[in-house]
Design a binder for this molecule. Structure first.
Ligand code: KIV
Ligand code: ZN
Length: 534
């Protein structure tokens, strides 16, 4: 088939899907989501999230920004090779090198897309790009043509579209559509727009861009004014047929549109929107938990859909109503997002079979060897605490999988002395695998204002890194006084932020491990090694 035949087929199938009311869910957790401080993931973690997104049913996965680092490139490449169903998109600035590298990274994907962008607002064109509007149009057209020479499916985003002039946007979008872009994304880059205004912008573009019926218009919102979900839904009410979003709404500053919110709004208010998505909403909770685990970013308890309290009815009047008829206070069932209402708590007498079954329900089918490691950890934990909850099990899986990755430092032992009237002191022994063939054991001690401060002082000295603790938090993982604690930290190491997380029944040990986790991540993600190597 010639490329013009393939293009007309693509445009025809977009027109049919638009007509049928299918809203594509474009997940950018691995790209825009990962851009928020401390959310950097390792290659293996990205792969794991990508597989989860495939199970969740997303249509497009924006797997990364390949030119920005070798880690990004390799992750996009591996995701492209391993996934079967979704379109794998790679981000590229409107520059020839970015586009070539993006195309190379997604080369092996069954369905691939290049997503190229260039700023279109007066403020960005003048101060960021230093370019006249006419030059911006030429560069955008050239970028789309270059991308179309390498792949069939090209998306273009006029960055800061919501602060751009409408006649200019119509002209720019018309020209890139003519050049071969089939998805037009309209980003609210700075989270500035409102639902009425954003909806009207889509209606205006669709009415004025020639050939718009064969184009998939897309919403991409940031949540600076708390309107990302409302804005995205206003866009689809006005003809957009793709929403760009992230799990748990993670992303730059206040975050991006939350996938779980828009997909559940379209499902729950189906009669109002008369639209549908391909999301298997029963997979939402598992996806949310995985992203919490790998990024170390907690979800606020009252967060819509995935917050701990989202389905909890505390007040007596509400409980009474729900018991009589769930619909009194429940607009969607916990099961519809994958929350099981009759959670079974495991303990030291639970058998391997019950444990395996629980893992499968939580979304993990493990190879025998890995299962055995998680099972051993479960037995250890069940000795320490009476009841083991889903959250505990997820953290056991996560710890086991993380342990299989390269870890420069490993904690061997920790001794802390603290108390009223004494100087808190920490003694630490760890292994340094700088030379993996010749690991060194290091022992050192330091004092501090408290036990955690003493530990962090000694670890900073051992690692000889310039470390600033930007955030430190301890939260219980489940219920009861014997609950495990999750310690999460955000460290600034040589001017870059890295999140770390660890779980233990001992909060002091969890604090030490979380700090080491962030340090270990800083050795895995080295964003500035450059692409010349590929
Ligand atoms: O917010 C934004 O403008 C973006 C673009 C790169 C699409 O993330
Ligand atoms: Zn964005």
């Amino acid at each position: 088939m010639s490329t013009s035949e393939t293009q007309s087929k693509l445009r025809k199938s977009i027109a049919d899907e638009n007509q049928a009311g299918l809203v594509y869910i474009f997940d950018t957790t691995l790209r825009d989501g990962e851009q928020c401080p401390g959310a950097a993931m390792t290659e293996d973690q990205k792969l794991e999230v990508a597989h989860r997104l495939e199970t969740l049913g997303v249509d497009v996965i924006e797997a990364g920004f390949p030119v920005s680092s070798p880690v990004q490139f390799r992750a996009v490449q591996r995701i492209s090779r391993e996934l079967e169903t979704p379109i794998i998109a790679a981000l590229a600035r409107a520059l020839p090198r970015d586009i070539e590298v993006a195309a190379e990274a997604v080369k092996d994907a069954r369905n691939k897309r290049i997503h190229t962008f260039l700023a279109s607002s007066p403020i960005h064109m003048k101060y960021k790009l230093g370019k006249e509007p006419a030059e911006v149009i030429e560069l955008a057209v050239a970028a789309v043509k270059a991308a179309r020479d390498l792949v069939e499916d090209v998306e273009f985003s006029p960055e800061d579209a919501t602060r751009s002039e409408w006649p200019f946007l119509v002209e720019l979008v018309s020209r890139v559509v003519e050049a071969g872009a089939t998805t037009i994304n309209i980003p609210d880059t700075v989270g500035y727009t409102t639902p009425d205004e954003y909806g009207a912008l889509f209606a205006h573009l669709i009415a004025n861009v020639p050939g718009s019926e064969g184009i998939r218009f897309s919403a991409h919102c940031h949540n600076d004014l708390g309107m990302a979900t409302a804005n995205s839904l206003a866009a689809v009410r006005n003809g957009a047929r793709q929403i760009e979003c992230t799990i748990n709404g993670i992303g730059e500053r206040a975050g991006n549109t939350a996938l779980e919110e828009v997909s559940m709004a379209i499902r729950t208010r189906g009669e109002f929107y008369n639209l549908h998505t391909n999301i298997r909403t029963e997979e939402i909770m598992r996806s949310s938990r995985l992203v919490r685990q790998v990024t170390g970013m907690a979800v606020q308890p009252n967060k819509a859909i995935v917050g701990d309290n989202a389905f909890a009815h505390e007040s007596g009047i509400h409980q009474d109503g729900v018991l009589k008829n769930r619909l009194t206070y429940e607009i969607m069932t916990p099961e519809s997002v994958g929350l099981e209402s009759n959670r079974m708590v495991l303990g030291r007498h639970s058998g391997r079979h019950a444990f395996k079954d629980r893992l499968v329900r939580l979304g993990y089918v493990l190879e025998e060897e890995e299962f055995q490691q998680v099972w051993n950890r479960f037995l250890d934990l069940a000795d320490k605490k009476k009841e083991v909850y889903d959250e505990d099990i997820l953290s056991l899986v996560n710890e086991t999988q993380t342990e299989q990755e390269f870890q420069r430092y490993e904690l061997l032992s920790l001794h802390v002395s603290a108390g009223t009237g004494s100087v808190p002191t920490a003694t630490v022994r760890l292994v340094d695998r700088k030379e993996p063939e010749d690991p060194q054991t290091i022992t050192d001690a330091a004092c501090g204002d408290g036990p955690v401060d003493a530990i962090y002082n000694v670890l900073e000295r051992i690692t000889a890194l310039n470390i600033k603790v930007e955030r430190f938090r301890i939260q219980p993982l489940s219920e009861g006084r014997d609950a495990q604690a999750v310690a999460s930290v955000l460290l600034k190491i040589n001017d870059k932020s890295y999140a770390g997380k660890a779980v233990s029944t001992d909060i002091v040990e969890a604090s030490a491990r979380a700090y080491l986790d962030a340090i270990n991540r800083s050795f895995v993600a080295q964003p500035e090694e450059l692409m010349e190597k590929i």
